[in-house]
Design a protein around this ligand. Structure first.
Ligand code: ADP
Ligand code: MG
Length: 243
């Protein structure tokens, strides 16, 4: 589903991704973790073309993300993304937030878009809030709307960039629950998170990135968490600090 091959990226003189390679199979859930500044956000943003790259290639369902021929709006519809800050349109109601990109990017009729959007809203358990504005919802609810909005586009992959790290602690669970359900339903997901409980529950693989934008570990979940595995000391340090 996703093939990341030898990807490098610089901001000016600073290299933030160094020859990163990995693949994500259909239905796989891959958790990306690592210290702040290690390039996790940059890496997943390159997957839907929000960031350019200077070396390597990224294919999503065979489509070359960084080829000038690739139409970015179509690609971004295939690749749903949920950010740390929910980025809903504050002046639009929940329903309008769900509808707008489906109409503008996919050319759906307003009626179809609303039907699809409300079905996704139901999936995240927020049907009763459809007429509200983002500012009238809690952070956790806004993030669930953001997930529903991404799902409304029928993505083949969902990318999450620390979706719970801006939330008050009591709201983290409701967002993770929605993500766990998505994972169990077979959605292909790449998730930047420090929620190792989530990783243990649903990840198939864990990627660990280190400062300088290198992938230091990329292995099956059980291997990543296994105390007996010959883990890289940096990975062990990181886990010791956050667990
Ligand atoms: P992470 O998500 O792991 O915390 P990021 O991908 O946000 O890391 O950042 C990786 C590195 O790239 C950091 O050193 C950061 O300072 C740098 N960086 C991120 N965005 C920019 C930018 N727009 N311009 C310059 N440097 C950036
Ligand atoms: Mg980040």
């Amino acid at each position: 589903m996703i093939e990341i091959k030898n990807v490098s990226k610089w901001y000016g003189p600073v290299q933030v991704l160094q020859n990163c390679s990995t693949t994500v199979q259909k239905g796989e859930v891959v958790v990306v973790c690592g210290p702040s500044g290690s390039g996790k956000s940059t890496l997943i943003k390159t997957v839907n073309g929000l960031e350019t790259i200077q070396g390597g290639t990224i294919l999503v369902e065979g489509l070359d993300v960084h080829s000038p021929k690739t139409k970015l709006p179509a690609l971004r519809a295939k690749v749903g993304m949920v950010f740390q800050h929910f980025e809903l349109f504050p002046h639009l109601s929940v329903t309008e937030n769900l509808v707008i990109a489906q109409v503008k990017v996919l050319g759906r009729s307003a009626v179809d878009a609303e039907q699809r959007g409300l079905r996704m809203l139901e999936r995240v358990g927020l049907m009763q809030h459809r007429h509200k504005y983002p500012g009238q919802l809690s952070g956790g609810q806004q993030q669930r709307v953001a997930i529903a909005r991404a799902l409304s586009m029928d993505p083949v992959v969902m990318l999450f960039d620390e979706p719970t790290s801006a939330l008050d602690p009591e709201m983290v669970g409701e967002v993770l629950d929605v993500m766990v359900r998505l994972a169990k339903e077979g959605m292909t997901m790449m998730v930047v998170t420090h929620e190792m409980g989530f990783a243990r529950k649903v990840a198939d693989r864990v990627i660990f990135m280190d400062v300088g934008g290198r992938i230091l570990a990329d292995c099956a979940k059980d291997e990543f968490f296994s105390p007996s595995s010959a883990r890289h000391p940096r990975t062990k340090d990181f886990l010791d600090r956050i667990l």
